[in-house]
Design a binder for this molecule. Structure first.
Ligand code: GYE
Length: 634
């Protein structure tokens, strides 16, 4: 009797549980369906966890920004630090029919496949840690190298001249982003021979683990004067370890700078930390770009890197002078600039006639600026001379323009003139090419391409097609202008991918200047030197076309018995691919005008803009050139 009663009770319990579970599922699904019905846009946000303050602040920023749009509804998921669960969360969000996915990855490698899968049907914005490859709509992150440099500069200032030992607390011992932060930090502190980084410890992003690990090693390093922790949570753990040993003269620097209880902002104000470097979450920006993407906005960058700032007691608050380089002073530099109807005086210094890419780039900037009623354009052409560029920038400073946009022909030699622009309170936007300067706050943002990735793409295409051709494939590389970012970085990316493959050998690497003539002359020289390459890799289309001419004059069949690859993907390149003379052109998008104008107007509106805005690009081969040329805009 008892057992049958127990059995029927169990069956009733199971039935009730099923009904309850069903009603919950029905309720949540119907709520989701209702949300989708109400909203024009349903955005899913997949978080790796909600126990890191950073992720909570990210969600709060997302909610706050989304509240500005009544037609947007959000669904948040929390993977509780479990990658398998995060994969399931994304699958569930897709089943709910979200229109766009925003994801902060628990583990880049494990989550890349599901991001790639989602990207096949909806736009995907990746926040923070990157995925491998480029199968997503947009990446928003911060610059770990720059964060490390800012922390390293503060450490050097704090320890100036003293013999000191440093302990570094990392969130993970073998992650790319962590290595970049460390590299930036060392870039500064290793300049002082009296400063030594004695030990790296793994705090696994956790406050308590950082405390325990530091407590364990402190007795062995009595000369420790500074701890650099890669998160404020771990920095607080370090503080607890230091105070538990009764040490008083050890300074602590953290990262994140969140304005939350026990966040970096709070800990610096309490003088628990000597400084913290902000690492913006990108939550606000992710919704701003999500709306643009869902509204079909054409100009969507592939990557934006948000600027980091130092929060430290001896520095002015964030809206003090160290913010000035990023914020245009439209309303403060004198009576004529106080007039809200006044136009933005935009000074532009361009390389000048160089290549068909350059012509398209110049036209894009000119057209975009001239279309704006509230922009007065001052455009100057430097004809390939750095000295002329510097002189033109100085003339724009004398004319008191509001913002300067320029393409640095080469990477170095800009510190002095950029310092003059900063002193004049004029923000500088770099377009197309980057600079190498001592203080990166001398420029406000870089808008252009990822040249290293362009070089990698050319090499990956070559590997995919010719890795098994047998023997060694001899390559001739025609480099762009010596010292220019595209030449340096395309070569870096190309050689990085081929580095471990003995089937490919760069037989000759000649330095050109991105012009047709230099391609023609260099290829003639290579042929006269008796080098018989199977592959020619030119850093841009114009040099490739010049080299093709030289090869044809020498009786060769470029594109057939010699593989010819280049970068830019200009219309001339498509015509050469259709004619069977060029095999591949990696896209380098010159149409930067709209993004430059957007950045200028954001600056004028006193908005902080990303430190890097990287354009979206692909690769184009001869096989599909006839189809693709119809869509080309340059
Ligand atoms: O590839 C080339 C131009 O700086 C990315 O310069 C640009 C390069 C481009 O002359 O065609």
């Amino acid at each position: 009797m008892k057992s049958s009663f127990r059995k029927s009770f169990l069956w009733i319990l199971i039935a009730l549980l099923i009904v309850f579970a069903g009603s919950v599922l029905f309720e949540s699904t119907s709520r989701i369906k209702q949300a989708k019905a109400e909203a024009n846009f349903l955005i899913g946000i997949s978080q790796p966890n909600l126990n890191e303050p950073r992720q909570i602040v990210m969600n709060n920023e997302i909610r706050k920004e989304a509240e500005k749009h009544s037609n947007v509804k959000l669904i948040f998921t929390d993977a509780a630090e479990n990658s398998e669960k995060q994969i399931h969360d994304v699958q569930k969000l897709m089943e709910y029919g979200i229109d766009l996915l925003i994801i902060s990855l628990n583990d880049s490698e494990k989550l890349t496949p599901i991001v790639k899968e989602a990207y096949k049907t909806i736009p995907v914005i990746v926040l923070g840690r990157g995925v491998t490859g480029y199968d997503y709509t947009m990446f928003i992150g911060s610059d770990n190298l720059s964060i490390g440099k800012i922390a390293g500069k503060l450490a050097s200032d704090l320890l100036a001249g003293t013999a000191a030992e440093i302990v570094e607390i990392k969130g993970a011992m073998s992650s790319t982003s962590e290595e970049e932060t460390s590299r930036g930090f060392r870039d500064y502190v290793t300049r002082s021979p009296s400063i030594q980084i004695k030990q790296e410890i793994d705090g696994s992003w956790q406050r308590d683990k950082a405390e325990d690990e530091l407590k364990r090693i402190l007795p062995f390093y009595p000369e420790v004067r500074l701890v650099f922790a890669h998160s404020d949570a771990m920095a607080l753990g370090a503080y607890r370890a230091i105070t538990s040993w009764g040490l008083s003269n050890v300074q602590i620097i953290g990262i994140d700078g969140l304005d939350t209880v026990n966040g970096g902002f709070d800990l610096v104000k309490q003088k628990i930390l000597s400084g913290s470097v902000t690492s913006p979450t990108g939550g606000r920006e992710s919704i701003q770009y999500a709306i643009d993407i869902l509204n079909g906005e054409k100009v969507i960058p592939k990557k934006i890197i948000l600027r980091s700032h130092l929060i430290a007691n001896q520095h002015e608050p964030l809206n003090g002078p160290d913010r000035q380089p990023y914020m245009m002073k439209l309303d403060t530099a004198g009576p004529d600039k106080a007039d809200p109807r006044r136009k933005i005086k935009l000074g532009v210094v361009i390389v000048g006639s160089e290549s068909s890419w350059r012509a398209a780039n110049t036209e894009s900037i000119k057209t975009a600026a001239e279309q704006e009623q509230d922009i007065e354009l001052f455009m100057q052409y430097a004809e390939g001379s750095q000295d002329k560029e510097i002189e033109m920038i100085r003339s724009l400073i004398r004319q008191k323009v509001d913002v300067i946009v320029f393409t640095p022909i080469v990477e170095t030699g800009w510190d002095e003139v950029l310092e003059e622009a900063r002193k004049a309170g004029i923000p500088v936007i770099l377009t197309d090419r980057k600079v190498k300067v001592e203080d990166d706050s001398l420029w406000t943002t870089f808008i252009g391409s990822d040249f290293i990735e362009e070089g990698r793409r050319a090499a990956r295409w070559l590997l995919e097609r010719y890795a098994n051709r047998g023997g060694v494939t001899e390559i001739v590389e025609l480099q762009g202008t010596a010292g220019s970012a595209p030449a340096i970085e395309r070569r870096q990316g190309f050689e990085e991918v081929l580095a471990n493959n003995s089937s490919f050998h760069v037989a000759a690497s000649e330095i050109g200047d991105f012009t047709y003539d230099s391609g023609f002359q260099l290829m003639n020289k290579v042929i006269k030197d008796g080098v018989m390459p199977q592959v020619v890799f030119a850093h841009n289309d114009d040099m490739a076309l010049g080299a093709i001419k030289a090869m044809e004059q020498a009786g060769m069949k470029p594109g057939k018995d010699i593989v010819v690859m280049s970068v830019d993907a200009t219309k001339l390149a498509f015509q050469a691919m259709i004619a069977g003379k060029l095999n591949l052109s990696v896209e380098c998008n010159p149409l930067l005008g709209p993004q430059i104008v957007k950045a200028v107007k954001d600056l004028a509106a006193a908005k902080e803009i990303p430190v890097n805005i990287i354009t979206s690009e692909g690769i184009f081969s001869a096989e599909t050139a006839k189809r693709d040329i119809a869509m080309r805009k340059y």
